[in-house]
Design a binder for this molecule. Structure first.
Ligand code: CA
Length: 267
């Protein structure tokens, strides 16, 4: 069936972007530019406005300011990423005047996909928006792997897989003899992706997409990262039983993951 006009095509298919920004000048500029490129936009000034809008329609992507009146962007992000939330996996970019590394890291750990410091170049923002929307389309079915640490995991919840336990808050592995093994940030991020998608083959592309989100100088060699993680897991390459190499396809966590019940995790 042919649509009546090209405009109809655009309005049917263009991505909806929510802008949460209390500075009207900035949100107007964003709306103007993004609409000119064919995106649909909806700007709100605070968390109340955002959650009201979310009740009506889920967006394809959220631009989120950090310094907001009332609930700040970090707290909002935490709520958005709660397991089962409508926006658990919605691409999210922080826009903030806070360019400090610590804020970037906190933002990304809370589950943001990217972080841009104000003032930013509109072209760069648009490129990042498009990259995230493409990625969301390409790997739509991966579970909540965007969150390095889900909001449910902050109180030290322990997950089990194979012979290991892992403390999701401290990023520490614990073996059968209660010996702990610390993971680097990258190792944890990679393992977290597998733990949230057990028994699923993750292609190198899908892994790269998730791992590189928001990191400027990510080491693109996925295989090297996998080797390092396997070494920590004492899972030797050729005969790996935990993270298995799937010929031509990527990698798969070949054991079940046991999580504490949600009620315990949130306690
Ligand atoms: Ca602000």
């Amino acid at each position: 069936m042919l649509p009546k006009t090209s405009f109809a095509v655009m309005t049917q298919t263009s991505a909806l972007i929510y802008i949460v920004e209390d500075e009207t000048e900035i949100s107007e500029l964003l709306e103007e530019n993004l609409r000119a490129l064919g995106f649909r936009t909806h700007a709100v000034q605070d968390s109340a406005g955002l959650f009201e809008a979310l009740d009506r329609e889920a967006p394809d992507l959220i631009l989120l300011d950090i310094m907001l009146p009332g609930e700040d962007g970090l707290a909002i992000c935490r709520r958005l990423r709660l397991p089962g939330s409508k926006c658990e996996n919605t691409p999210l970019i922080f826009l903030s005047a806070l360019g400090e590394l610590a804020d970037r890291v906190v933002g990304l750990e809370l589950g943001a996909d990217d972080y841009l410091t104000k003032p930013f170049e509109m072209r760069e923002l648009v490129a990042r928006i498009r990259a995230l929307l493409r990625r969301a389309k390409r790997v739509p079915q991966l579970a909540a792997d965007q969150a390095d640490v889900g909001a449910d995991d902050e109180h030290g919840s322990i997950w089990r897989f194979g012979p290991w336990r892992i403390n999701m808050a401290s990023h520490t592995l614990i073996d059968e003899n209660d010996v702990t093994v610390a993971l680097s940030a990258k190792e944890f991020k990679l393992l977290n992706l597998f733990l949230r998608n057990p028994h699923r083959v993750l292609s190198r592309d899908a892994i790269l997409d998730r791992m590189s989100a928001g990191l400027d100088n990510y080491d693109r060699s996925i295989d090297v990262q996998i080797s390092r993680l396997r070494a920590k897991l004492r899972d030797s390459g050729r005969n790996a039983t935990l993270i298995r190499t799937m010929r031509g396809d990527g990698y798969m966590l070949a054991v079940a993951v046991e999580k504490p019940p949600a009620s315990e995790r949130k306690a």
